[in-house]
Design a protein around this ligand. Structure first.
Ligand code: SF4
Length: 431
């Protein structure tokens, strides 16, 4: 039985117990969330080293890091180091988006090494193999798409991005709409090219039941991909994007009825004032399914600093109810990320997630900040470093210009907190 089938039959799956323990919440809360579909625990039984992680309502906002090779650079050792860098920086999940080298071998090595849930986009593999076999992605067969999904499920992939929501209807809306940046989802582009060339419906939509059967057989979660996500703020919240979201909502309903765990992917690029409304729309249209957003990036001009533009949008999205943030790295739009990019991206997204958690009232979030503030007031540099997301960097910057006082070198002997503390506690002051 799948995790969800166990839960629905009244048996508490071990993953539920684990998530309740790490989130510091009641088992019944997690169990009910899993049954309702507001909480997803991606946990493929074939992923031997997995430590389960819950995503959804009432839980700490989670962060995903994308790693993986490209056709220009493929080295397994580098990807395993990026995996380690992501986990060390506190990423809750990792997606292997490899499109270069021996894709299957890379994926298996990542799964076999990882304790965090692993996600993939199987159509990458199907598309690339179609080029090798048939000369073009548009010649990919329906069976080849499903075979890639099954192969990856057997390997132990915990959640898969499946672009089921891009249909002939949503492509027609895209054409009719006109866009600045067209389609920026790689998987979405593969499907759209295939559909237009073959004049057929998207196989993942047309044969959605076949996909649900595989998800049930291997117990992986579906992450409904957003092929129509805006790739620029001028394209944000347009008809094509909302058309796909409506379809995603219908697909959430079908997945839940079939007993498959499902969450929904979202933008992308959104101006600041559209972030919260996009989250609310997803929650309404997709029956409160966990929302997994990429960024969102709140401006298009952040090249080299897009981990910051993504974190600004991510914080607002998380505060508005987004459950899962896909990181953006400084290399976004420019290059395949390296290990340092991975670290910077995870930390920026974790800050965004935590800022959202303070507003959401997630257990322990505000307390963490209070501890940091007390340590700051006490000029307790060890505790400040320990409570920071990057203790090594905190130590390094603090010791860069040593202060003659117990304070830091910013204000030295004129430290505001030290001065006020001295006089506030002076017995000479009468209250
Ligand atoms: S010296 Fe200035 S910056 Fe440093 S702890 Fe004191 S008030 Fe803060």
């Amino acid at each position: 039985m799948t995790q969800l089938e166990l839960a629905r039959s009244g048996i508490i799956p071990p993953q539920v117990k684990h998530v309740a323990e790490v989130e510091g919440t009641e088992i019944n809360f997690i169990l009910q969330g899993l049954i309702d579909g507001t909480i997803v625990i991606p946990a493929n039984p074939n992923h031997a080293k997995l430590t389960p992680c819950g995503i959804g309502k009432g839980l700490r906002t989670k962060v995903n890091a994308n790693i993986g090779t490209s056709s220009d650079f493929f080295d397994l050792d580098t990807e395993l180091k990026k995996l380690q860098a992501a986990v060390d920086a506190g990423s809750d999940a990792v997606m292997d988006l490899s499109t270069g080298g021996d894709i299957s071998a890379i994926r298996r090595a990542i799964i076999n090494t990882s304790s965090v849930p692993i996600g993939t986009v199987p159509v990458y593999q199907a598309g690339i193999e179609a080029i090798e076999r048939h000369g073009a992605i548009v010649n990919m067969t329906v069976d080849e798409i499903f075979n890639a999904i099954e192969e990856q499920a057997e390997d132990g992939v915990d959640f898969m991005t499946v672009h089921c929501g891009v249909t002939q209807a949503s492509v027609a809306r895209l054409k009719n709409q006109g866009r600045t940046t067209g389609i920026v989802s790689r998987g979405g582009a593969f499907h759209t090219a295939w559909m237009l060339h073959n004049d057929e419906e998207n196989p993942l939509y047309q044969y959605y039941d076949r996909l649900l059967d595989l998800a049930l057989k291997y117990d992986f979660a579906l992450s409904l991909g957003d092929s129509m996500r805006p790739g620029s703020i001028t394209d944000a919240s347009d008809r094509a994007q909302i058309e796909e979201l409506i379809i995603q909502g219908e697909l959430v309903k079908c997945a839940r009825e079939a007993g498959v765990q499902v969450f929904v992917e979202g933008p992308g690029h959104l101006p600041l004032d559209q972030v919260a409304s996009n989250v609310q729309l997803e929650k309404n249209l997709c029956r409160k399914a966990p929302y997994y957003v990429l960024g969102p990036l709140v401006t298009d001009i952040g090249a080299g600093y897009d981990h910051i533009t993504g974190a600004i949008g991510g914080a607002i999205a998380a505060a508005a109810g987004a459950d899962f943030l896909c990181y953006v790295t400084p290399a976004e739009h420019l290059s395949l990320p390296d290990m340092e990019d991975v670290k910077q991206g995870v930390i920026a997204s974790r800050l965004a997630a935590h800022a959202g958690d303070i507003v959401k009232g997630v257990k322990g979030a505000r307390e963490w900040d209070e501890k940091m503030s007390r340590a700051r007031k006490n000029l307790d540099w060890e505790t400040q470093a320990r409570l920071s997301l990057d203790p090594q960097l905190s130590h390094q910057i603090h010791s860069r210009i040593p202060s003659a006082e117990k304070t830091c070198s910013m204000c030295g002997k004129y430290c505001a907190m030290a001065i006020v503390e001295k006089y506030l506690n002076s017995p000479a002051i009468k209250h």
